[in-house]
Design a protein around this ligand. Structure first.
Ligand SMILES: Nc1ncnc2c1ncn2[C@@H]1O[C@H](COP(=O)(O)OP(=O)(O)OP(=O)(O)O)[C@@H](O)[C@H]1O
Length: 322
């Protein structure tokens, strides 16, 4: 296998008619990484993943899979779970999984062995010879996931793999992703569910309205949100005035608790000291425990606000020109 990164996208744009679904996207999925691809509905995730596989061609920019434009050879090393689910209803899970493995070059004997092993891992052994039509939606989704990775791909691309699974099966899928990663696979998966990304990923890429709004490690994502502490005070104390005087300018009140943003170079202890020095009657204190969900909401709303600003500016420019 080549030493090039499993996936590189450079300034990729995709339009459908006048609509730009993906705008100037650059990203790099390095060998051995688990990357989460996040974004609200319609952000352009599936379109980007389809371009990564060569199912769609970009209008601008370049896609490289293991250093080459997606082609039959490079795709042999890739496993893909599409967003659209669907399997041959009359086949059994065992037959489907081994069929997909054989399509990617595995021998008949090895593919059946691998199918049995995977079905056991996902608790599906007793259904291995049933027809897909007899399985629940979640079960057939698990079979489709197993079919995508049966040939032990070097690079696994999963489009919304967790959607439609109950919490137990979501946990089972997290375990499977970790197993695949231990085996040596690089993984890129899209999701709306931040908690999976928080638990599994080395780094994340966030999209909103076709644009990349964040690309970095989880720590960098939390850093992008800005840190804060939550300070509870009694007797309607004016913490805002006190903290502003001590250089903590951004303070929001939520009931008796204030959210005090930490300016760069000041930490939680500095904020606590400042509140004590100001004589605040403190009833509670804790550094804010930011979640990926907060980062996501903040970056996505920034991107939406920027879009609105640009479209208003374009409207105004049109008006002036008329
Ligand atoms: N073949 C197509 N023709 C026209 N528009 C399309 C096509 N495919 C996608 N789009 C549009 O491009 C935008 C991005 O769609 P895409 O499916 O990539 O988003 P997504 O981030 O995967 O969203 P979701 O999480 O809802 O699946 C959407 O507005 C969608 O309607």
């Amino acid at each position: 296998m080549t030493s090039s990164a499993p996936l590189e996208m450079e300034n990729v744009t995709k339009r459908f008619g006048f609509f730009t679904a993906v705008r100037d996207l650059s990203l790099n999925v390095p060998q051995g990484a688990i990357v989460g691809f996040l974004g609200p509905n319609g952000a352009g995730k599936s379109t980007s993943l389809r371009m990564a596989l060569g199912v769609l061609s970009p209008d601008e920019g370049e896609v490289r899979l293991f250093g080459e434009r997606p082609n039959i050879d490079s795709l042999r090393h890739v496993g893909f779970l599409p967003e659209e689910r669907g399997l041959y209803k009359k086949m059994s899970p065992r037959a489907i999984i081994s069929y997909f493995a054989r399509l990617k070059g595995m021998s008949a004997g090895e593919s059946r062995k691998r199918a049995d092993e995977l079905l056991e891992m996902m608790g599906l052994t007793e259904f291995s010879r049933s027809r897909i039509s007899k399985l629940s939606k979640g079960m057939s989704q698990k079979v489709q996931i197993l079919a995508s990775l049966a040939h032990r791909p070097d690079f696994l691309i999963l489009d919304e793999p967790f959607s439609g699974l109950d919490p137990v099966n979501q946990q089972g899928l997290e375990d499977l992703i970790i197993e695949e990663h231990k085996r040596g696979a690089t993984i890129l998966f899209s999701t709306h569910v931040m908690e999976h990304a928080e638990r599994l990923c080395d780094s994340i890429v966030m999209m909103a309205r076709g644009r990349k709004v964040f690309d970095g490690t989880l720590d960098e994502a939390f850093g992008a949100l800005g840190r804060a502490v939550l300070i509870g005070v009694s007797d309607g104390f004016d913490l805002d005035g006190a903290m502003t005087a001590k250089g903590f300018g951004e303070n929001e009140k939520h009931g008796d608790t204030w959210r005090v943003s930490l300016p760069s170079g000041r930490d939680a202890q500095d904020a606590l000291r400042a509140a004590i020095d100001a004589g605040a009657p403190i009833t509670s204190f804790r550094p804010e425990d930011a979640r990926l969900r907060d980062v996501f909401v903040s970056l996505v709303s920034d991107a939406e606000a920027e879009d609105l600003r640009q479209s208003l500016a374009a409207h105004a420019a049109k008006g002036e020109a008329a």
